[in-house]
Design a protein around this ligand. Structure first.
Ligand code: GLN
Length: 533
């Protein structure tokens, strides 16, 4: 196609409007037209990556195949597009500054005063263009985190301004705002949008396209008014109304010709409107699925949906492919006890024991693992969840009452989950875990293999502790099999109890690689087992 085209997605009025979903939807529509597309997120915070962020503040930490601890929006990008992102798809202010400061110390700027403009902005621009230059994408969509007007996002907006100036038609800005409904006045209000666009204009950026988030349908007149006040063409003011599933957003954008507007503005041929057949098929199946499958999520962040974002999406995709409607019951593991476990888990079709760090809520996870094991309820333990399954088995089947992970009890005599050798010397918290995709070889006689139908798999990891191989023989003899092994390190990556319907724990995070068109086989088979129960 020639030069890479750059689309910037900025946001105004409020956070959490769904810039990631809009960016993903635009990318989906362009991809469906045969273009090679990627999306990246620039986060204005100073952390180097999301790895050290509390899930309460930023939701789940997503992990890329190359082991980057990323913002959860990268999960949306992968789920919508079926592509794999990397470290280069998620840049923070921290990374930008670190690289500039490292260069300064090396003497790269010798004699010069190092400043926000041009040094920081040049580094931002270099990173914005990196993927396009290296992999020759047709489109690189760059989502700028935060909201216009935030002090910390100023260098990013300034970089967008410069790039639009340099690139002309090859760059375009989509601005996402919010149109609130004032119940007392019974009116939808455009003023916040106008203000937010003004703010962007003050920074030298004229948005080309406005996407207005709203709970209600926006009239032509209202959109005309926004167009007039904001210097945006009428056809380029589109609405993004609440829909039952985020996966409908690309279709809603297509209905309003958003992709065509982009192509036209960038001087590209319109071509044929893509049919998006398999995408629509997925949505149809999802809408038609009325019978419920009820899954309990046992974790300590259950009051916060974003903390287990990828698990929720994987479960819901897998439910659709099983023609079921997913109903999630959140079970706070800190409050789960032997006394209330029947009430909390007795009626569900399947249980997911969630990942996590530290001992808070851990005993509840053991209670869940024991109850579902003894009552043959399909159970999926993910990362810490897998470790809990193993610990519970050691305590109640092998009879080691004090079995534990050394993460929870450094002195435990029965360290069935132990710290990995290479982790022992690690003192820094950030970016030091076992991260990213590793190979794993499956036992052909296992349920896990039945699900994957492949012997060699690659899955993403994020942990410091691991199953202790000293106990392997004992576990296997008592009925818990180690059915997935890393061929290089011999680490146990998957355990399962073949005698039960579906009782599997994975040390890796399969949820990071489930997409709309390619749901993860383990989640699909887990839901299938849950239904047949
Ligand atoms: N805390 C555990 C470990 O570090 C599990 C991590 C996780 O669930 N991601 O090994």
């Amino acid at each position: 196609m020639g030069e890479t085209k750059y689309i910037f997605v900025t946001g105004g009025v409020a956070s959490s409007l769904g810039k990631g979903i809009i960016a993903s939807s635009i990318a989906k529509l362009l991809q469906a037209r045969g273009y090679k597309v990627t999306i990246q997120k620039f986060d204005p915070y100073i952390n180097i990556d999301s790895g050290t962020l509390n899930p309460y503040e930023h939701g789940e930490c997503y992990v890329t195949v190359d082991g980057h601890e990323a913002d959860l929006d990268l999960g949306h990008y992968e789920r919508f597009l079926g592509i794999q992102t990397t470290k280069a798809n998620n840049i923070t202010t921290g990374r930008i500054y670190k690289s500039v400061i490292d260069k300064e110390r090396r003497g790269d700027f010798l004699g010069k005063t190092v400043q926000v403009i041009p040094h920081i902005t040049d580094e931002i621009k270099r990173n914005i263009k990196f993927l396009g230059n290296k992999y020759k994408f047709d489109f690189v969509i760059t989502e700028i985190g935060g909201t216009v007007g935030d002090i910390e996002s100023l260098p990013f907006i300034e970089s967008v301004r410069q790039l639009r100036w340099e690139m002309g038609k090859d760059a375009l800005c989509v601005h996402l705002t919010y149109v609130p409904f004032l119940a007392a006045a019974k009116e939808l209000k455009t003023k916040p949008t106008q203000h937010s666009v003004k703010q962007l204009q003050e920074l030298g950026v004229q948005p080309d396209i406005l996407v207005l988030r709203s709970e209600y349908d926006l009239s032509i007149n209202l959109r005309r008014k926004v167009a007039l006040f904001c210097n945006v063409e009428e056809a380029a003011v589109v609405q993004s109304i609440d829909v039952p599933t985020i996966y409908e957003v690309p279709l809603k954008m297509q209905e309003q010709g958003l992709d065509e507007t982009i192509l036209r503005k960038m001087g590209l041929p319109l071509g044929e409107k893509p049919a998006l057949d398999s995408w629509k098929e997925f949505l149809k199946r999802r809408a038609n699925a009325t019978e419920v499958v009820k899954i309990a999520l046992v974790g300590k962040y259950v009051e916060l949906q974003d903390a287990y974002k990828s698990i929720l999406e994987s479960l819901s995709q897998a439910s659709t492919y099983n023609d079921r409607k997913l109903e999630i019951e959140y079970v706070q593991s800190e409050k789960l006890t032997e006394a209330n476990v029947v009430e909390k888990l007795g009626h569900v079709d399947g249980v997911v024991i969630c990942p996590g760090f530290g001992s808070r809520g851990i005993e509840g996870k053991f209670v869940a693992a024991k109850y579902t094991r003894e009552n043959d309820i399909p159970t999926f333990g993910v990362c810490l969840g897998m470790q809990c399954i193993a610990i519970e088995f050691a305590r109640n089947v092998l009879g080691y009452a004090d079995a534990n992970s050394v993460e929870m009890d450094e002195k435990t005599k029965h360290n069935v989950i132990d710290i990995m050798e290479e982790q022992k010397a690690v003192t820094n918290m950030g970016g030091t875990m076992r991260l990213g995709a590793y190979e794993c070889i499956l036992d052909k006689k296992s349920k896990t293999y039945e699900a994957y139908k492949e012997e060699h798999i690659q899955e993403r990891h994020r942990h410091r502790y691991e199953f202790n191989n000293d106990y392997k023989a004992e576990f296997e003899k008592a009925g818990m099999k180690c059915v997935g092994i890393n061929p290089e390190s011999d680490l146990v990556e998957i355990v399962e109890i073949p005698a039960l319907r579906w009782y599997i724990g994975t040390q890796f995070h399969p949820e990071y690689s489930s997409t709309v068109l390619h749901p993860h086989p383990l989640f699909v088979s887990f839901i299938k087992a849950a239904i047949s129960k």
